[in-house]
Write a new protein. Structure first.
Length: 154
């Protein structure tokens, strides 16, 4: 969790106020994602309504095989993958926005150390990934199923 805390400290995580960061065992991560129809290559998820972000353990430690899979999917090193996941999920959290493109835009602003602005635009039609990832019950259900987890509240 120390590595995650350091990564979060590089950006504006403290601006979120009370927020929960959960580290999920890799052995459970893919099963949970697949059960919800989500891409198993996703290394982190944010449940805005729960003010909680879930990170797969492989981002920080754990099985080298799984982190290699993620590195192949995202074409980055382990450290870069963690940094990307943190910035992207902060994009969702800081702007309270489930839109993936918006989170990517904020992640780039954070990477470039630019001021984050949460643009208010017409709400685009959400794709199936957005709908599944932000449904009201996935986060609480995920939270209920996690065992052997590490929590960090900020």
């Amino acid at each position: 969790m120390l590595v995650l805390r350091k990564g979060l400290a590089n950006y504006r995580a403290s601006d979120l106020g009370e927020w929960t960061w959960v580290l999920v065992r890799s052995e459970n991560w893919k099963i949970i994602l697949l059960a919800r129809g989500l891409d198993p290559g996703v290394p982190a998820l944010t449940a805005l309504g729960l003010r909680t972000t879930f990170f797969e353990e492989a981002l920080l430690a754990g099985p080298s095989g799984r982190v290699s899979e993620l590195m192949d999917v995202w074409h980055v090193s382990r450290n870069s993958l963690l940094d990307l996941a943190i910035r992207h999920e902060l994009g969702h959290a800081l702007c309270n926005d489930a839109n993936e493109r918006s989170a990517d835009r904020v992640a780039k602003l954070l990477e470039d150390k630019k001021k984050v602005s949460c643009q208010v635009t017409a709400v685009p039609k959400r794709n199936e990934h957005d709908k599944r990832a932000t449904s009201n019950n996935w986060g609480s259900s995920l939270g209920e199923r996690l065992q052997g987890r590490a929590f960090y509240r900020h």
